[in-house]
Design a protein around this ligand. Structure first.
Ligand code: EPZ
Length: 421
């Protein structure tokens, strides 16, 4: 197993090209199941999670060619509707094949997704959306068995305890595009990744309106065609590097990044003493002064502050001047990174789903363990800030969502390298 070694105290300066968005790519790859015609998708990041989705599509009988950052998918000889436990249990986003399989084949057998360290992640809203379209669903031996002779459009309220759900909206949308008549999804997710999926479906010939608003309207069609498409850039990767630039007192140009996808983060960075400039082909980010000011954040669904940047933002405020309060409203237990940051000399106290971060003068390098994708990115930022050496084990978590992170960071002055454990 690999670990990453980070020698801190270096300012990041230079240019980083932002990759395609993992969380747009995964449901878009699943959506290719809605047609037998060839689909070509560009700007696909080379990530472990993308490879897992490719394996699932191949196990469902698709022919997949994956070269550089382009994937070509076409219907293979066999038709299969079972997404197996071995694959689905390694990646929750695999659940996104459920809607497309039912829409295309009228049946699906998908393993119930496994647990997740960031919190309880039920799929009740996914099942609610599909059942409202007339899909018969029951759980047997750890599998979701779903079938529908004919799906019928419906009015569906999809809001949950924590607000809208990204993948539940995606699954219901991907089924509704081939259901008879009109479907209205209320409290739909508004994330840019969901809009990208809707644009992909529109280009395939679907009829959808209201993207980016809580009310999605879909008119079912009989057939969808194969297309060529380019995935949006990754706003969470962008946000991670924006935070790393300010945390190290450096200055980065993030090529291809879109500020409009990160307005909540931008707002907080300006408050903490950052400078963010939008350029035609990217974002420039640096720190205004010596000190980082404390901030309070509450994670919310889009366009609120993203939960996927909560841990990385926490790393930044560990060295701010004063007390910051971070409240997690989406995954109330998403704080596994706290004990590792405290191991590096941070001063963080947890009160239920709120972390109180008392800024310290400096962090010191230490051996730490990654627990999930975004927590590992937070430990990289902490390692860049800290004096001395930080060794991050279990970096396979990082490889799920960050393309070439150590190459990108080394190119802008970081001392970061991978070693076999
Ligand atoms: C997407 O997951 C992202 N993953 C997650 O990013 C991200 O954290 C999450 O949205 C929230 O922004 C992908 O897009 C592949 P949700 P998703 O359903 O769709 C509750 C990363 O780091 N809920 O929007 O699975 C749920 O428990 C990953 O890249 C229900 O109660 O998340 C959570 O509290 C981690 N019932 C809230 O809704 C349901 O049926 C939001 O989850 C579904 C969700």
């Amino acid at each position: 197993m690999d670990k990453l070694v980070v020698e801190g105290g270096k300012r990041l300066t230079g240019e980083i090209a932002i990759s395609g968005a993992k969380n747009a790519c995964l449901p878009i790859l699943a959506a290719t199941l809605l047609t037998d015609e060839e689909c070509i998708i560009h700007n696909v990041p080379r990530l472990k999670d993308v490879s897992t989705m490719v394996c699932i599509l191949e196990s469902l009988g698709r022919k997949v060619e994956y070269e550089k950052n382009t994937i070509k998918i076409s219907a293979g000889k066999v038709k299969a509707c079972t997404a197996a436990y071995e694959l689905v249990s390694t990646m929750r986003a695999s659940i996104a094949v459920l809607g497309p399989l039912i829409a295309k084949y009228g049946e699906a057998k998908v393993s119930f997704p496994g647990g997740c360290v960031i919190g309880a992640r039920p799929i009740d809203l996914h099942l609610k959306g599909l059942r409202a379209l007339g899909v018969d669903i029951h759980i047997e031996e750890g599998y979701i068995l779903a079938s529908a002779k004919k799906m019928k459009g419906a009015k569906i309220y999809l809001g949950g305890h924590f607000g809208s759900s990204v993948l539940a909206t995606a699954n219901t949308l991907m089924a509704a595009v081939m259901a008879e008549g009109e479907t209205i999804i209320e409290d739909a997710a508004c994330e840019p990744e969901l809009i990208d999926l809707a644009n992909f479906l529109l280009k395939m010939g679907a009829q959808i309106s209201g993207m980016g608003t809580p009310t999605l309207k879909i008119k079912g069609v009989k057939k969808l065609r194969g297309i060529e498409y380019t995935v949006i850039v990754d706003r969470i990767e962008t946000g991670t590097y924006m935070l790393a630039a300010i945390a190290t007192g450096g200055s980065l140009f993030l090529k291809g990044a879109k500020l409009e996808h990160n307005l909540a983060l931008n707002d907080k960075l300006l408050e903490s003493g950052g400078i963010v400039k939008e350029r035609s082909n990217g974002i420039e980010v640096c720190r205004s002064g010596k000190k980082i000011k404390p901030i309070d954040i509450t994670t919310l669904t889009y366009p609120g502050f993203p939960t996927d940047l909560q841990a990385q933002m926490m790393s930044l405020v560990t060295i701010c001047e004063g007390i910051s309060v971070i409240t997690e409203k989406i995954y109330t237990e998403r704080f596994i990174h706290v004990s590792e940051l405290n191991r590096m000399g941070a001063n963080i106290v947890l009160e239920g789903s709120t972390a109180i971060v008392k800024g310290v003068k400096k962090l010191s390098g230490a051996p730490v363990m990654a627990s999930d994708l975004r927590a590992s990115a937070a430990l990289v930022i902490a390692g860049l800030i800290a004096s001395g050496k930080t060794e991050i084990s279990r970096v396979y978590h990082l490889d799920r969502g960050y393309e070439k992170i150590e190459e990108k960071l080394s190119a802008v002055g970081a001392s970061i390298y991978r070693v076999k454990e």
